[in-house]
Design a protein around this ligand. Structure first.
Ligand code: WTA
Length: 653
């Protein structure tokens, strides 16, 4: 993301918290300083106090952190609780009739679900899962549209101690199959379809295809009826959601589980071809989401909180399905695309449902900005009091548009840096106190020991000097490992500095004021529209095509997506005349779509007789990135085996 780095290097604007916001904010300067001080003085004591105060325990813990087997840390390990109880039951005494979920489908259908109703639906579905043989510790894969039942399914798993693994509905059958097999899932929850972008997404058909070639762990499929079209149901395996809950009790006692019991797995991309199942805990994870709902989102009882993320991503876990419910909030859930029927849909939803906190991705902001100021100006956005972004660096231009056109300069913007692995926001402004700068996620939150270090692991104190983003101390919502692969957990996150600190995989710099600026990934991970994708994943998909011998994939800066996928391909047969073969390009793009999902389709494919390699056979990725971005080649290419292919790669021959 070279574009962003260049522009943010010159960014000096500072926006103090708007006075009106600051005067009502629940955390002021004094409180924030006290939090920082407590965390600094006694890291474990700080988190222990919050865990006791903020979570409801069945059995309180006596031991805060176990580092005996570091970096396999364990938090609150002799405590017991239930996450679903914490998200729903504990609010029933005073909030039974409060709306928990406001839902709107892409086609405009709406539903309001109170905490009492949510409780009943979760209990019934949990009883349904039990009846289908799901037990504590079993893995359940959820492949659903963005409807309340997706959240109900997640919460129902949590209620009975089943470990869910949500697979984004945009992923293909092939990707779903890999995740079901890796998790050894026993049951799949899906729907007959979902509405997105004006189309019906055929989730059940994709699930059927995945199950055709799955291993034998999977026994049952529960299918939610969401659309009017018919789907095939396999006798003995498939059961409708309505039948799964027919005749069950409205009550299901939440199972008391250990604090460290895995709450979920969520697959994410790394630098190898195989996605990794990030494993999160119950208590520590929940604590991270609760604290950040308070610190970063300044959550209040009357808020209508809308995080636009799908539950298929970590943001949809922490800031849709868990965090906001754990604090007794009202969330807005929207099924569809921001552009249906037009680019005013998000703003229309904000107006109609009186959204007060709006949290989305820079890519969405950039796309909506493109359609002009006139579109949002048609809607009353005065209910909004706080704006947020997540997923990738936001360029100052988009930040300013968000600030002026959407926030009307009244709303602080919380730019939140975090990852699937961190579970909760790590670097973000506390909005009533910390002044913001367009493009910076500002400062680490209390108890989050972030640092920028050089390759030796020394903290970089020189302002604006880039380095590696690391986390020096364990934190409660940290990942507990990679499912089924202990070695990879150490190797990916810890081995670089001998297990001393967690290596995030991002590069960053700190400015004179100690503000953090994220500069990009240090590994081969792309960020396409805020979604993480490994270059290797796309490469393996390409080479799996019969016509392809070799492929190299890099990111190219893109105005809307942040990064677009650029693929260089070597074919088995002759290179197409002039390097152009539209039919094959389309075929390969669709092929990648089938192997992974539409988000992974390359924007551009270039054919060459060979890839640029060093004499030792390493693909020169930096060179490919330069070529993809259309910049002049400054690298030394004299070591190339075959310099002539440069012209082909540049599309000049
Ligand atoms: C990037 C999403 C800059 C970063 C929650 C990180 C960001 C990766 C920001 C994690 C931000 C996320 N500013 N970059 N505010 N937030 N990133 O696991 O590269 O899907 O490592 O989690 O997104 O992506 P993931």
């Amino acid at each position: 993301m070279t574009q962003n780095i260049d522009s943010v290097l010159q960014e000096n604007r500072l926006f103090p918290p708007p006075a009106d916001f600051a005067s009502h904010a629940s955390i002021d300067e004094t409180k924030l300083q006290a939090l920082y001080q407590q965390a600094e003085d006694d890291h474990e004591g700080f988190w222990a106090k919050l865990a006791h105060e903020e979570l409801s325990w069945n059995r309180p813990f006596s031991k805060t952190l176990n580092s005996d087997n570091a970096p396999h840390y364990r938090w609150f390990e002799d405590g017991e609780l239930n996450v679903s109880y914490n998200c729903v039951d504990r609010h029933l005494a005073d909030k039974a009739d409060k709306t928990a979920i406001i839902f709107e489908g892409e086609q405009g259908d709406t539903r309001h679900i109170t905490y009492a109703e949510l409780h009943r639906e979760i209990c019934r579905f949990a009883n349904g899962l039990k009846r289908e043989g799901v037990e504590c510790g079993d893995r359940v894969v959820i492949y659903m549209p963005m409807v309340p039942e997706a959240i109900i399914a997640m919460q129902a798993c949590a209620r009975i101690g089943a470990i869910h693994s949500v697979v984004f509905g945009g992923f293909s059958a092939e990707a779903l199959k890999d995740r079901i097999d890796d998790a050894g899932a026993k049951l799949l929850i899906t729907a007959d379809g979902g509405h997105r972008g004006g189309k019906l997404i055929e989730l059940k058909a994709a699930a059927d295809k995945a199950l055709d070639s799955c291993g034998d762990s999977l026994r049952k499929v529960i299918v939610l009826k969401r659309s009017a079209h018919d789907v095939a149901m396999k006798a003995g395996r498939d059961i409708w959601w309505s039948d799964a809950i027919a005749g069950v009790s409205d009550e299901c006692a939440p199972l008391s589980v250990n604090a460290e019991h895995p709450l979920f797995l969520l697959y994410t991309s790394g630098s190898t071809g195989k996605p990794k199942g990030i494993q999160h805990s119950s208590a520590g994870y929940l604590l991270g989401t609760v604290m950040t709902m308070k610190w970063v989102f300044d959550h209040r009882p009357d808020d209508i909180y809308w995080c636009t993320a799908d539950v298929g991503w970590i943001t949809g876990h922490s800031y849709v399905a868990y965090g906001p419910l754990a604090v007794g909030g009202t969330i807005m859930v929207y099924e569809g695309a921001p552009t249906v029927p037009d680019t005013g849909r998000f703003w229309k939803l904000c107006e109609a449902h009186k959204v007060t906190i709006f949290y989305t991705a820079p890519t969405a902001i950039r796309a909506l900005m493109k359609s002009g100021d006139e579109v949002p100006s048609r809607y009353d956005l005065s209910s909004i009091r706080l704006l947020g972004t997540v997923g990738e660096p936001i360029n100052p231009e988009a930040w300013m548009w968000y600030h002026e056109v959407i926030g009307k300069e009244r709303c602080p913007i919380v730019d939140t840096w975090w990852q699937t692995e961190t579970g909760a926001n790590m670097i973000a402004p506390v909005p009533g106190v910390i002044a913001t700068k367009p493009g910076s996620c500002t400062r680490p939150l209390p108890g989050m020991a972030l640092d920028v270090v050089d390759t030796e692991g020394n903290s970089i104190t020189t302002p604006d000097k880039g380095g590696l983003l690391v986390i020096r101390k364990p934190w409660p919502s940290m990942l507990r490992g990679i499912w089924g692969d202990k070695a990879r957990y150490i190797e990916t996150y810890w081995s670089m500095f001998n297990n001393r600190f967690y290596v995030a995989g991002d590069s960053a710099r700190r400015d004179r004021d100690g503000y953090y600026w994220i500069m990009g990934r240090i590994d081969d991970v792309l960020n396409v529209s805020g979604h993480r994708l490994g270059t290797m994943e796309v490469e393996s998909a390409l080479v799996a095509h019969p016509a392809v011998v070799e492929a190299a994939v890099v990111g190219r800066p893109d105005d809307i997506k942040g990064e677009a996928i650029f693929a260089y391909v070597v074919l088995k047969g002759a290179r197409p005349q002039g390097g152009v073969d539209e039919a094959l390009t389309n075929e390969l793009r669709n092929w990648v779509g089938e192997q992974i999902g539409a988000i992974a389709k390359p924007s551009e494919i270039r054919y060459a007789d060979n890839l640029p390699k060093t004499r030792s056979g390493k693909i020169m990725r930096r060179l490919l990135r330069t070529i993809a971005s259309g910049e002049a080649i400054t690298q030394d290419t004299s070591t190339l085996e075959n310099e002539a292919i440069l012209l082909q790669l540049q599309g000049k021959e």
